[in-house]
Design a binder for this molecule. Structure first.
Ligand code: HEC
Length: 161
């Protein structure tokens, strides 16, 4: 698969994402079990040439992970389009980074493990008040599941403002 093709298919990733989520035994992406399809795809495609630990030492945005995947295809990583979509989903849901003011709603959902209702609340807040300034402001968005956001405290680098 060539790089352009990879970028093209990555656009379709979120279709896969929601199907995957439904088959991932209801767990949130951030805590998904080691048995789910994205995790399997990640270990199958990404552990031949180097340690998985080294790969995920940094959180990255979707664009950042897409760049890495394109580079790995260049280095010789192989898999089907769907495999790469699953790997991208795995990377984003476990080691993603997202801008809560600028990124598409689906991406915010995937990276932060939020529901449609949560991202709708974020969108409504932004419309009324402008950008969310920081973590504390995100916690106070009316209608958002604050407990869920609070659990992201230790993963703050996942959230860009
Ligand atoms: C065919 C061998 C091969 C496979 C398979 C492979 N990689 Fe790599 N990867 C490499 C090599 C070689 C490097 C070192 C390249 C470099 O640093 O320029 C590397 C480096 C990396 C880095 C560090 C890159 C950086 O810019 O710092 C990341 C992240 C990474 N790989 C992720 C992945 C992911 C995710 C997968 C699964 C899709 C994967 N790799 C599969 C060969 C591979």
């Amino acid at each position: 698969m060539n790089i352009n093709r990879l970028f093209f298919t990555a656009v379709a990733v979120f279709a896969t994402v929601f199907l995957t989520r439904m088959s991932a035994s209801g767990s949130s992406p951030i805590q998904s079990s080691s048995q789910d399809k994205p995790t399997q795809a990640f270990f199958r495609l990404c552990s031949d040439c180097h340690d998985a630990d080294r790969i995920v030492s940094n959180r990255r945005t979707r664009a950042g992970w897409e760049e890495v995947l394109a580079k790995m295809v260049d280095k010789g990583a192989t898999g089907s389009d769907q495999d790469f979509e699953l790997v991208l989903y795995y990377l984003l849901s476990h080691y993603g980074q997202v801008n809560v003011n600028k990124s598409p709603a689906e991406e915010i959902q995937v990276v932060l493990g939020l529901t449609q209702k949560d991202v709708d609340a974020i969108a409504a807040y932004r419309k009324a008040n402008g950008d969310i300034k920081d973590f504390d402001a995100l916690l106070k968005v009316p209608g958002i599941d604050a407990d869920k956001i609070d659990k992201l405290k230790d993963n703050r680098e996942a959230i860009l403002f």
